[in-house]
Ligand binder design. Structure first.
Ligand SMILES: [Zn+2]
Length: 272
């Protein structure tokens, strides 16, 4: 996977169509295929960026899902911007690759809510089957999740049905695992509930109340167990100190490996 190379090829193609002369990087940035963006040639690779003129006093570089954005004061000449980009070329390349990897991860977790597509479920992939004649709520039969919807049901309807089912499964599984680990720990939560937080897998507050993200159902069971042990351990230690990790280790000896696994799946969702 060479994202920069791919990007360069894409941009070179676009450039070919427009028959633009791609000279040295010191030349004025040629207009690119997309309006509002420019091209820089960094270590032989074309990198597209958006230039924003701002009130800030220095040149700033930002890399996110939209790619590279350069913010520069109005009085800074293009040559100076070019020089900065050359100077930071290695950093830019590394960050762009990081984002690509990140996007790939997200894609791996993304589900297409269509008949015949698969979704990750407790470490395996199950197939979505939309069937009008199936009655009642969604039901798992072997590796097939049967969803009762009329023919031509939209992605949103399929998603809502499947996610409703996932939440129902989450309630049962989490309840069972919380009970199991609470017994080991000798203390349980005052209450617990599901969350749909986009940025958090689990949380525990000072009142001893625990929230667990039902999306954990997309992951292997050991990840579910780790997150539950993590939150339960907060019932004894509401911090991430040594004592806390010792408690996690007593409940779930293999936590370090599984913690790494969870980080591999998602690097932008936290556990607290
Ligand atoms: Zn925590």
């Amino acid at each position: 996977m060479k994202p920069l190379r791919q990007l360069a090829r894409k941009l070179a193609d676009a450039a070919g169509q427009l028959a633009l002369p791609f000279a040295e990087s010191t030349a004025p940035a040629p207009p690119s295929a997309r309006s509002g963006t420019r091209l820089a040639r960094l270590n032989g690779e074309f990198v597209e960026y958006t230039l924003r003129r701002s009130k800030r006093r220095t040149i700033g570089l930002l890399i996110d899902d939209r790619g590279l954005t350069v913010s520069a004061p109005r009085w800074v000449a293009q040559a100076e911007i070019d020089a900065t980009l050359q100077e930071r070329a290695a950093w830019i390349a590394r960050k762009l690759i990081d984002w690509r990897t990140h996007a790939n991860r997200r894609e791996k977790l993304a589900v297409r809510w269509e008949h015949g597509e698969t979704m990750p479920y407790l470490g395996r992939r199950i197939t979505l089957r939309v069937e009008a004649s199936h009655t009642g709520s969604a039901q798992l039969d072997g590796e097939q999740l049967w969803i009762a919807l009329p023919p031509g049901a939209g992605e949103e309807q399929i998603r809502d049905s499947a996610q409703g089912w996932l939440q129902q499964q989450a309630r049962q599984l989490f309840e069972e695992r919380i009970r199991h680990f609470s017994t080991l720990l000798g203390i349980g939560p005052t209450r617990w509930g599901l969350s749909s937080a986009r940025t958090r897998w689990g949380s525990c507050n000072a009142n001893g109340s625990i929230r667990l993200n039902w999306r954990l159902m997309h992951f292997p069971t050991e990840i579910v167990d780790y997150v539950i042990c993590h939150e339960l351990a907060h019932l004894k230690e509401l911090n991430h100190g040594e004592g806390f990790w010792q408690t996690v280790g007593e409940l779930f000896p293999d936590y370090q490996r599984v913690r790494g696994m969870l980080r591999d799946y998602t690097d932008d969702i936290n556990i607290s």
